[in-house]
Design a protein around this ligand. Structure first.
Ligand SMILES: C[S@@+](CC[C@H](N)C(=O)[O-])C[C@H]1O[C@@H](n2cnc3c(N)ncnc32)[C@H](O)[C@@H]1O
Length: 261
């Protein structure tokens, strides 16, 4: 009989992390190899190969893109239940998930809130998986996918924007650019929902803090970002024209709700 941990390796399980393990085993583990080079230079694995953006490097292998996207879907599926419990999306008419990947989070919200409209905004390479997912869930009439680059602009379609596991990918300057683009398109009464894990103010050895510290190293070596404390997220948000008004807990994640300054 499978243990609870073993059962998670079944791709059909409700809380499957099979794709995450494939990502860890086939891509991440190789990245760790040069961790010391990144610590010594402050450069990501991609930058050490003279490529500025890790996502651009990943795009050179469609197989890597697929593995990564499927792993992100698994990771998101593990927290959607807690997110739904933590926040009432019923106040939103049109939600946009910026960097929403293959649409896992949007799909869950759309199934619970049967009148909400939604847009997933991400790089073109996520379009097929997202549209297929929406079709499979029967929500394509009110949820769409828009392709683009969040450093350039995001569409002005929604009264609320969620960004999950996006800001931790980037340094402060790039994060302010993404948040600033979100700020530009939200209406005056709009809301920004920032969904990230928070680094503890002081280092500790409990499971959550260790996993956050590992992710911090992973961000340094991978996309070039970092895990941040709640206070650091508040500062970034304020510098980008937002005023944080609430922080809600959802498993190991924090949902920081902000309005426009
Ligand atoms: C860590 S994943 C998070 C995905 C999703 N929010 C989740 O939590 O499952 C980062 C996402 O940012 C997207 N991304 C990276 N660079 C981007 C860009 N310049 N413009 C739009 N999306 C981008 C990636 O394609 C990927 O889906």
């Amino acid at each position: 009989m499978l243990t609870e941990l073993g059962a998670g390796l079944d791709g059909g399980a409700k809380r499957s992390f099979k794709n995450l393990i494939i990502f860890e085993g086939s891509m991440l583990v190789r990245r760790w190899d040069g961790l010391l080079d990144s610590i010594m230079s402050g450069k990501t694995a991609a930058q050490l190969q003279d490529i500025d953006d890790n996502f651009e490097l990943m795009a050179r292998s469609p197989e890597h893109v697929r593995i990564f996207n499927e792993a992100m879907t698994d990771l998101t599926r593990l927290v959607t239940h807690d997110l739904r419990q933590a926040y009432d999306f019923g106040m939103i008419s049109h939600l946009m998930d910026v960097g929403g990947g293959s649409g896992e989070l949007m799909g869950v919200v759309a199934l619970v809130y049967s009148t909400i409209r939604g847009t997933v905004f991400d790089l073109p390479r996520c379009a097929d998986a997202a549209n297929q997912h929406f079709g499979h869930l029967g929500i394509s009439d009110r949820i769409d996918f828009v392709a683009g680059d969040f450093f350039h602009e995001v569409p002005a379609v929604s009264d609320a924007i969620i960004v999950k596991s996006i800001i931790h990918d980037w340094n402060d300057e790039r994060s302010r650019s993404i948040l600033g683009n979100c700020r530009k398109v939200l209406p005056q009464k709009g809301r920004l929902l920032l969904f990230e894990r928070a680094m503890p103010e002081l280092p500790s050895t409990d499971d959550a803090a260790r996993s956050c510290a590992m992710s911090d190293l992973n961000m340094l070596r991978g996309p070039g970002g970092r895990e941040r404390t709640e206070r650091e997220y508040y500062r970034l948000l304020t510098e980008s024209g937002f005023s944080p008004i609430a922080v809600l807990r959802a498993d190991r994640f924090n949902l920081i709700v902000s309005r426009l300054c």
